[in-house]
Ligand binder design. Structure first.
Ligand SMILES: *Cc1c(COP(=O)(O)O)cnc(C)c1O
Length: 368
């Protein structure tokens, strides 16, 4: 279905399938695949994405917060869901909706154990997260004894997974640091296995980890950005397809005389005769002010056109001088053929940020 006449984020589920197959082709048979669908599936459309992934028989889904998991359960998703950063106030709800928590500190483990006990749980599956160098969330290496000691003789919880997260898996210059993290993780898992009497499912790799550290797949990998078509490297980007394409239309064209200004604060002043086009998309739709004033390019009939002047809340103005275009014509902000990574890069951002910035008021159009 083509919806012309407004700003839309087109979600191509066949691109998702392509990326999923590319990523799973890079992991050993039997290694489980966890699809990260936090932040509305990286700003796309989480229910459609999760349903497609379920159809592709993905092993696991991951979200950041409990409410994101609840939304998926409400939509009928039955695949196991890991909650990467659950807040204790939502632990009861997490259990009610059969979501699996990542437990990352002594306090959070004790709080979860307490809720699980009050909810009369037996063997409730949890994942224990260790910090191996990102210094964001996680138990320390020497907390293994605390975890084991806390759960000793307790039947409420079962450690189903153990995880860590790499700090710079996309950066070749940080290979030694990443290998060090993987090494520390391996040691923690061995220690845990010995003291626990079994080996939980280990998972440490994100998308760039899958692509750059295939030896560290363990029992499961976690991929987000790759599924949406971005591999943090031009060579990988070539093998993937962007799932989301952000399109809009030309609302109005203006002829600008030399010396005239365009937009708020008169941030753009014309040095000659120019044709501008005004588009119905602005910072409230996710195109931040950093993209204005000549930084980012959008595409009109395949021809790049810079955003001029300040980005407004609901509009941007672009310079279409020399481009054969009229009111109502389509404009591609980013997506298939015009990488979101390049768009983001023009304003010192990254694909992750621009993808997840696209506001809910932008109409999502799902291409099945
Ligand atoms: C977001 C996230 C991922 C996914 O990372 P990508 O680089 O998008 O593949 C994996 N693990 C954790 C802990 C995350 O927070």
């Amino acid at each position: 279905m083509d919806r012309i006449g407004e700003t839309t984020l087109e979600i191509d589920l066949s691109a998702l399938e392509h990326n999923y197959k590319f990523l799973t082709s890079r992991i050993a048979p039997g290694t489980k695949f966890m699809a990260v669908v936090k932040a509305m599936a990286y700003g796309s459309e989480v229910v459609a994405i999760a349903k497609k992934l379920e159809e592709l028989e993905v092993d696991y889904l991951a979200v950041a917060y409990v409410k994101e998991g609840v939304l998926l359960r409400d939509a009928g998703i039955t695949t196991p869901i890991l909650v990467l950063h659950p807040q204790p106030v939502h632990f009861k709800e997490l259990i009610d909706r059969c979501l699996e928590p990542s437990l990352y500190s002594p306090k959070v483990l004790l709080q979860f154990l307490d809720v699980a006990q009050r909810q009369q749980q037996q063997d409730y599956p949890v994942h224990i997260k260790f910090n191996t160098g990102l210094n964001r969330l996680g138990f320390w290496e020497n907390d293994v004894d605390f975890v084991i000691g806390t759960l000793k003789g307790r039947t409420e919880l079962r450690i189903k997974g153990v995880l860590s997260h790499l700090a710079a898996s996309e950066d070749e210059n940080e290979r030694e640091f990443s290998l060090n993290q993987i090494n520390t993780f391996t040691k923690i898992c061995l220690d845990l296995k010995e003291k626990l009497g079994y080996l939980p499912m280990r998972h440490v790799l994100n998308t760039s980890g899958i692509l750059n550290y295939p030896e560290a797949q363990f029992e499961m990998v976690r991929s987000g950005i790759g599924l949406y078509g971005y591999g943090n490297h031009p060579d990988f980007d070539k093998k993937m397809k962007p799932v989301a394409t952000l399109k809009t239309v030309i609302s109005q064209r203006h002829k600008i005389e030399p010396g005239e200004s365009v937009g708020y604060n008169r941030a753009y002043t014309s040095d000659g005769y120019r044709i501008t086009a005004t588009l119905p998309i602005g910072h409230a739709d996710g195109i931040g002010r950093q993209y204005g004033n000549g930084k980012a390019l959008v595409y009109v009939k395949g021809t790049p056109a810079p955003i001029i002047g300040n980005v407004c809340m609901d509009m941007i103005m672009i310079d279409v001088s020399g481009i054969d275009c009229k009111e109502g014509d389509e404009v591609i902000i980013f997506g298939a053929g015009h990488s979101a990574e390049d768009f983001a890069h023009s304003a010192q951002s990254i694909s992750y940020e621009i993808l997840t910035a696209i506001a809910p008021r932008v109409t999502r159009v799902i291409k099945w």
